[in-house]
Design a protein around this ligand. Structure first.
Ligand code: ATP
Ligand code: MN
Ligand code: MN
Length: 301
C-alpha cells in the first residue's frame, strides 16, 4: 500500500496492531464515539501508556456493549485473551495462585480493547515482585456537590505534606471526579508497611483539617468533605492507569499533568479520547517527560 500524505503515514503508524471487530459499535452513546475510535485512541497512546502500566498486574473494566450497558471488572483469566495478554501467578488470600493479567505490548493492550475493555487499572507493584509497592497513591474523592476547587486545594495540601517528608509527587486527573497524588517508590517496602503509612498519614491530615478531609470509611462521615482513599495502598488494590479511558460520559481519560497545570485546569475530565494527539505531544514535553519518575523510599512517619 502506498501512503500518499504525511497524515496517512501517521495514521498508519497508529493503526491497531490487532484486528478490531465491530469498529462502528457505539461505546459512548452521548458523544457517539465508537469502538474503532476507542481502539485508535489506545493505539495512539500505547507508547506513552506502557512504560507505567506494562510492568504491573492489571484489572480491566469491560463493557462489550458500550459504557451505558453492563460492565464488569475482570482480574484474571486463564487464556481466552490469547498470547498477547500475559499472565502472572499471584497468590490470593485463600492461598491459591490465580493468573493475573499484564500487557507490555501494543498488541496486548489492543487485544483487551478488542475484547470490550474501556478502562485499565493497575497494581501499585510490579510483576517481578508483587509484594513490594512501587508507588503511593492518595486518591482524593470529593463528596457529591464539592467543586473541583476543593479537590485542587486538597491535592496541593498533599503535595506539600509529602514534599516536607522528602517525597516528590505527581498529579493525575482521574477523568472522573477527583485526582490522584502519586509518589513513586523504589520497590523495597512491603504492603503492610505501605498501607500503614498511607493510613496514618490520611488520618493525620483528616485530624489537622477535619472540615476539609476525612479518612473514615462510612459514607455518612464524608458529608461535604474529601475522602482520602488510602485503601488504594494495600496488596491487590488497583488504581486507574495513566491514559486509561474511562467508562464515563464524554469519554474522559486519566491524564498525568504537572503541578503548574493543576493551578488552572478546571475539571478532572479535562482530557478525552479525542485528544490522543495532544496527549502524545504533551508526554514528550520537558514538563512531563519525567512524570512519575523519582528514586525515593517510604519515609518514616
Ligand atoms: P474518581 O476521581 O471519580 O474517584 P477513580 O478512578 O479514583 O475516579 P474511585 O472510585 O475513587 O475512582 O476508585 C479508585 C480505584 O479503585 C479505581 O481506579 C479502581 O482501580 C478501584 N476500583 C474502583 N471500583 C472497583 C471495583 N468495583 N472493583 C475493584 N476495584 C475497583
Ligand atoms: Mn478516586
Ligand atoms: Mn476512591
Amino acid at each position: 500500500v502506498l501512503l500518499e500524505t504525511a497524515e496517512e503515514v501517521a495514521e498508519a503508524a497508529h493503526a491497531s496492531p490487532v484486528p478490531i471487530s465491530n469498529r462502528d459499535r457505539i461505546i459512548y452513546p452521548e458523544s457517539r464515539l465508537t469502538k474503532g475510535e476507542l481502539a485508535d485512541y489506545y493505539a495512539a497512546v500505547a507508547a506513552i501508556m506502557l512504560p507505567w502500566m506494562g510492568s504491573r498486574p492489571i484489572s480491566l473494566v469491560r463493557c462489550p456493549q458500550g459504557r451505558a450497558k453492563k460492565c464488569f471488572f475482570q482480574k484474571h483469566d486463564a487464556g481466552s485473551f490469547g498470547d498477547a495478554v500475559k499472565h502472572v501467578a499471584i497468590e490470593e488470600k485463600d492461598g491459591a495462585d490465580q493468573p493475573y493479567l499484564y500487557v507490555d505490548t501494543p498488541e496486548g493492550l489492543l487485544t483487551c480493547v478488542q475484547m470490550g475493555t474501556i478502562e485499565f487499572h493497575g497494581w501499585g507493584a510490579r510483576i517481578e515482585d508483587v509484594e513490594k509497592a512501587d508507588r503511593l497513591v492518595f486518591d482524593l474523592d470529593p463528596d457529591v456537590g464539592l467543586d473541583f476547587e476543593a479537590v485542587r486545594a486538597a491535592a496541593f495540601q498533599f503535595r506539600d505534606i509529602l514534599t516536607s517528608m522528602g517525597l516528590k509527587t505527581f498529579p493525575m486527573l482521574t477523568g472522573g471526579k477527583g485526582v490522584h497524588v502519586i509518589a513513586p517508590l523504589v520497590p523495597r517496602a512491603e504492603w503492610p508497611e505501605v498501607k500503614d503509612f498511607a493510613h496514618r498519614l490520611a488520618q493525620a491530615v483528616a485530624q489537622l483539617d477535619p472540615e476539609r478531609f476525612t479518612a473514615a470509611l462510612p459514607k455518612a462521615q464524608r458529608k461535604g468533605r474529601i475522602f482520602v482513599d488510602y485503601l488504594r495502598n494495600q496488596r491487590g488494590a488497583t488504581a486507574v492507569m495513566p491514559y486509561s479511558a474511562r467508562a464515563r460520559e464524554g469519554a474522559p481519560v486519566a491524564a498525568p499533568i504537572t503541578w503548574k497545570e493543576m493551578e488552572t485546569i478546571a475539571e478532572p475530565s479535562h482530557f478525552r479520547i479525542t485528544d490522543a494527539k495532544e496527549l502524545v505531544k504533551r508526554a514528550a514535553s520537558s514538563a512531563l517527560q519525567d512524570w512519575g519518575r523519582a528514586a525515593q523510599e517510604l519515609p518514616r512517619l
